[in-house]
Unconditional design. Structure first.
Length: 216
């Protein structure tokens, strides 16, 4: 099996790039962020206090998160329900960052992710794929971009969806999320020693994809 790990901060374009790379190579794309978001959604629906580690872990252990494909598009399911769209809401993204720090939550999903990678050629993206989930991945990429670039991309994305938003507020959210991700006790976001750094600030999507495929 050939495994590609793509790590990086929020808004760096990991999911977009990973999906295209997987399609080009005929690999399975594993969106680990969507899996964490799905657990956050389960907690949100039940009104669980995301600072209560025991309650969060208990809830996460009681639900089933699965991945599937429909018309070539990856879907994520919570107890069989397609929640692919709902998990992309901004408040779910913020809750995800809060619950992802808990060792019990990470243990549940890492086991599932390792199993997928052992059985398939995969492109997996997240915060700690190359450092914790797939430390022996055949290729590791650390994909990043400036805070300003990432905020502008997110702003444009939300405006396109018809949502009203504030660019400075998005920048602040991204900075806060970076801090949480890089300073959490369990598997903090960091560049693996053997990962290739790719800064997409001044690159097009096609250029980033071509760069990663050339490294395979």
């Amino acid at each position: 099996m050939y495994n590609i790990a793509i790590d990086g901060p929020a808004g760096a374009g990991k999911s977009t790039i990973a999906k295209i790379v997987a399609k080009e190579l005929g690999f399975i794309y594993v969106d680990t962020g969507a899996m964490y978001r799905t657990l956050a959604l389960a907690c949100f629906r039940d009104g669980i206090d995301t600072s209560d580690e025991a309650a969060v872990v208990a809830k996460c252990e009681s639900v089933e998160v699965t991945l599937g494909y429909e018309d070539g598009t990856q879907k994520v399911y919570l107890n069989g329900e397609d929640v692919s769209t709902e998990i992309r809401r901004e408040e779910i993204g913020n809750l995800t960052s809060a619950i992802a720090v808990f060792p019990g939550v990470r243990k549940i999903l890492v086991a599932l992710q390792k199993d997928l990678a052992a059985k398939n050629d995969v492109v997996m993206d997240g915060r700690d794929i190359g450092t914790a989930v797939l430390p022996n991945a055949d290729l590791k990429i650390y994909l990043t971009a400036s805070v300003e670039t990432r905020a502008k991309r997110r702003y444009d994305e939300l405006v396109e969806k018809g949502q009203t938003c504030d660019l400075k507020e998005i920048e602040k959210d991204i900075e806060d999320r970076d801090y949480r991700d890089m300073n959490r006790e369990v598997s903090p976001l960091s560049q693996a020693d053997d990962a290739v750094l790719v800064d997409s600030s001044d690159m097009t999507i096609d250029e980033v994809v071509a760069k990663i495929i050339s490294l395979k």
